[in-house]
Every structure is written in structure tokens, then in C-alpha cells.
Design a protein around this ligand. Sequence first.
Ligand code: RIB
Length: 282
Amino acid sequence: MPDRKKIVVVGSVNLDIVVTVDRLPVAGETVSGGTLSQFPGGKGANQALAAKRLGADVSLVACVGDDANADAALALLRKGGVDLSACRRDEAAATGVALIAVSSDGENQIVVVPGANRVSTPEDMNLPEADALICQLEVPVATLQSATESFAGFISINLAPAIDVPADLIDSADLVVVNETEAAFYGDSLKGFAGLLAITYGAEGAVLMKGGEVVARSRPPAIEVVDTTGAGDTFTAALTLAIIEGHDFQAALDFACAAGAAAATRAGAQPSLPSRAEVDSL
Ligand code: RIB
């Protein structure tokens, strides 16, 4: 087992309100749902807990409201041992909420009400020392720029959800992770990227490139998909951790694909995040 790595995650915390549906509605359509559940979520929180369950020591830098939803949203992070000392409660904002529909084939539609994630400021970015920093795009870009500028280790940015970001933020990353929809959105702005670029293709697997050259391809193990929510977050955390642990590109991508697949076998973002032993066994 390699030395335990330290990861700091800057990102969002949401409470996910999840409805199951036979199929996702198209624009303007109404469909009837099945069960209604709530789970802790948010891309930042999911990535933090995923990295922790996979064997890293993790701190989460985030902002939540001073409300009951915050307690529910932070419950599994707290139970899982993620360091929340840099997680700020803002009295004037509500904890972020995500409204999620999950279809019977495990696909989802997500609408996020960011709330307190929007008031995470550059001044909040007093990052603890760590081997790697992981960010996504559910907090303000200026906050992420402040985080990446002050961080000396390996920087991993999951460009999700797809929004316009300045080139210097992308260029500050050692690793960028996107799914195929996001890859199409960013198009040419990722073409000259000199670092590692991972593109995920759902059940088809993922490709890892360095300076535009493919260095690894991987397919996930065959699994029964229940809910893909959080699978991309798990992939990002697993790939970052495997790379900083020193695994070669192929082994790191295989590990990340297996971790993402494992996360799709259970319902809910955070309840589905796999342990290291489960991923290794896949
Ligand atoms: O990536 C999945 C996450 O996206 C959900 O947990 C939801 O909160 C949204 O942020």
C-alpha cells in the first residue's frame, strides 16, 4: 500500500433531492415519479468523500448555509472522516440543493440551486498543505483561481458543469477531467492543453491524453447500472489519487474507471461511493 496521500478539495456541497422515473422527461413534458429520496451530494463533497473512501486524507473547503440542510448535506462527510474545519457556514445563504431525476436505466437530469456555494470567496481559500488539489465548477471561478494560484502541489480540475472559464484556470491544472458532453463544449480550448486530459464516455470507458497524445484507454468492468449520479466525481477523485500515488497512466485510468463503475451500482451520490477494497476487487 502506498503512503497515504493528502488531498484538499475546493468545491460544492448540496443536498440532493432525488426522484426516480421510468424515463427522463423531454422539455415541456410531465412524467410521474416513483420514489422520492434525499442524499448528501454536490460535486465537491462527492469528490472529497470518494477520495477519502479510496484511501486519502481529505480536507474539504466549501461553504454551506446555517440551516438544517447543511447538517444533512455534511452528514456522510463527517461520518466518513473528511476534515471539515475549512467548511464555512454562511448565515445569509441557504445550503445548495440539487433536484435530480434518475431514470430506470440509471441516467439523470440535474438542476442545481447553488445557494451558499455561490458565496464561497477567494478569502475562504486558506488551503491546508496537500499533495493534490481537486476543484470543479460549482463555486465561483474567482474563488477557484485564488485556490489554484496559491497551491503548490498537483492540481486536478473537473470542468463540470460546463461553463465558460478563463484559459489561465485550465492551464493551471496538471489534470483536467471532462465527460464527452463537456469535451464538446470546451472544444478547441482543450486542444492545446499541455497537461493530462481525461475524457469519460460512460459505459464505453475513458481515454487519458498527455499534451494531446493518448497515453491510456480503459473500459469499465461490466456492472448493473442503478444510478450514475456521482460516478464522474468518483472517477475524478480516483484518477487524481492514483496518479499522485505514482501508478502508471494505464493502471491509474483502469482504477478510475472501476471506481466510477462501482459508484453507478447503487442509488444516491454519496451512499454509492466505493471503498478501496471494492474498487481493487473490480
Ligand atoms: O455530480 C453529481 C452531483 O452534481 C450531485 O450530487 C449534485 O449535487 C450535483 O452537484
